[in-house]
Design a protein around this ligand. Structure first.
Ligand code: FAD
Length: 347
């Protein structure tokens, strides 16, 4: 709190500014912090000048501790890393995690609780908000102040300014493509946050959990992550088969990009649903977005609008994708892609 007294003998002006204390719910994998967590820290840092940021990391074993060390230097504004090491958090199930966030919140006076708008954050934050009886604000793309935010509505066709007036902590999910970060580099000179292990002896979990971990299947791929890739090559329903979709994969490989798909392509079973781009899929903002046989439905466009350069290939000159494309080619993808593959040099 800051008190300012003027020189006038009988008038004293007092200005009180509450410090901002933010808890960021971190995601990690194989001993590394995920890029969307760092974007969330960047967002937390723009909440105000007097901002202190704590990162909450949960999981178990040595990979958690490795991620904690990396988290301590992931951004200069992180002040502490809180580590919850327990088998209960081995898998990212929202129920034990929500209880954990509530447990940690009771020990720190957090004004804000932030998570990324990833499937993890979108699953977890509403549960925590329900436990705390506050209304979360989702998909924030701009921070105007500690309680005023911009978020898209109507599938990204309008932007809405929202002011938080609730009594509890302000809870936000952050759209990571709107808060870009530079890659995390290990720098021994850089400021490191303190790492504290959370004492979980008083932590109580519900004995009956409504969800349980079944399994996880991942694709072993060298390709960049779709959500943060600099180049994204997307295929639509027009690809017609799993076999044909391999052309999109080859092109992505040559251009060092990630593969994306429309919902129609996912529903037809050409690719798994974690490659879906759009309103109900991933939001992307690459330097280059190439769409092959994609009509440009509003729900798809909602996920690609922030791309720097959009290239579309479609055999229908009236396809809506051409309205937002920077470069459009009216042509048959079954001729265009093989030609591109032939002319592009090997990586
Ligand atoms: P189509 O619309 O069938 O378009 C295929 C295009 O390929 C056409 O334009 C055609 O001219 C072109 N084409 C055909 N053959 C060739 C060829 N040989 N060479 C070149 N071009 C060719 N969709 C998403 O993508 N992401 C979402 O997140 C999403 N969320 C949704 C949420 C809701 C609530 C709803 C209702 C829908 C959602 N959809 C989403 C579905 C969306 O409305 C469209 O149905 C879908 O995006 C269409 O996919 P498409 O462009 O591959 O297929």
């Amino acid at each position: 709190n800051k008190f300012v007294a003027s020189n006038a003998p009988r008038s004293i002006s007092i200005s009180i500014s509450r410090c901002i204390s933010t808890l960021v719910l971190a995601e990690h994998e194989s001993g590394s912090i995920k890029p969307q967590t760092v974007s969330t820290v960047v967002a937390a840092n723009s909440l105000g000048e007097n901002s202190s940021i704590s990162l909450l990391l949960a999981g178990s074993g040595s990979s958690l501790q490795e991620a904690a060390v990396q988290a301590a230097s992931c951004h200069p504004s992180v002040y502490e890393v809180l580590v919850a090491d327990s088998d209960k958090f081995e898998y990212p199930l929202a129920e034990p995690w929500a209880k954990l966030v509530d447990f940690v919140r009771q020990q720190g006076d957090y004004t804000h609780i932030l998570a990324s708008s990833s499937s993890f954050g979108k699953n977890l934050l509403p549960r925590v908000a329900a436990l705390l009886d506050v209304s979360p604000i989702t998909d924030v793309v701009k921070i105007l102040g500690s309680n005023q935010f911009i978020r898209p509505i109507y599938a990204g066709n309008a932007l809405c300014t929202v002011r938080y007036t609730g009594a509890g902590p302000c809870m936000l999910t952050i759209r990571s493509t709107s808060f870009p970060v530079t890659p995390i580099t290990e720098n021994s000179e850089s400021k490191k946050a303190t790492i504290s292990q959370i004492d979980l002896s008083n932590f109580k979990e519900d004995s009956v959990s409504k969800s349980r971990y079944v399994g996880r299947s991942t694709q072993d791929t060298e390709r960049p992550d779709l959500g943060s890739a600099r180049v994204v090559i997307t295929g639509g329903r027009a690809l017609k088969s799993v076999e044909n979709f391999k052309m999109i994969e080859k092109l992505a490989e040559k251009l060092g990009g990630a593969v994306g798909a429309t919902r129609a392509a996912v529903d037809a079973g050409y690719v798994p649903n974690d490659l879906q781009v759009g309103q109900t899929g991933k939001i992307v903002a690459p330097e280059l977005y190439m769409a092959f046989g994609v009509s440009g439905a509003i729900q798809h466009l909602a996920g690609i609008k922030d791309s720097k350069v959009i290239v579309a290939v479609n055999k229908d000159a009236d396809a809506p994708i051409f309205q937002i494309a920077d470069y459009g080619l009216v042509g048959d993808l079954f001729e265009v892609i093989p030609e591109l593959l032939e002319k592009l040099p090997e990586k």
